[in-house]
Design a protein around this ligand. Sequence first.
Ligand code: ZN
Length: 163
Amino acid sequence: MKITKDKVVGIHYTLTGDENKVLDTSSGGDPLSYLHGHGNIIPGLEAELEGKSVKDTFKVTVQPELAYGHHDKDLVFNVSRSNFADPESIQVGVQVRGQLAENEPPMLLSVVEVTEDEVVLDGNHPLAGQTLHFDVEVMELRDATAEEIAHGHAHGPHGHHHH
Ligand code: ZN
């Protein structure tokens, strides 16, 4: 069996950045399970998995445009520290939930700078602008169920999932 659209694929992966720092890994836990061909993982990785089989291993370097996009300066903005219910908990590196504008859906914002009065927030994905290096092993492969295809994502071994 090969990876094609509507297969559920389980992979182990290690993601490193340009400075050789490990950013994320499935090692030591369950494989990452996803529904292939539905845009559930970044395009540059999904394209590379197409046609692979269980036990295949590969490395791929993904440029920002096929990963989390380029860093958008317009998504970086300042807010007053007094806007936060618990200003002491706001430190560089933490993520807060907020809105870019009143009618926009809430999103995760990274705190990138804290001054006495102001907090600088960044609405870009933390990996935006980065070239990503994946080391991948295909662990599992099966046909998706009709329900998974209808939902556009993989379900876990107990039918459990979140929407
Ligand atoms: Zn579902």
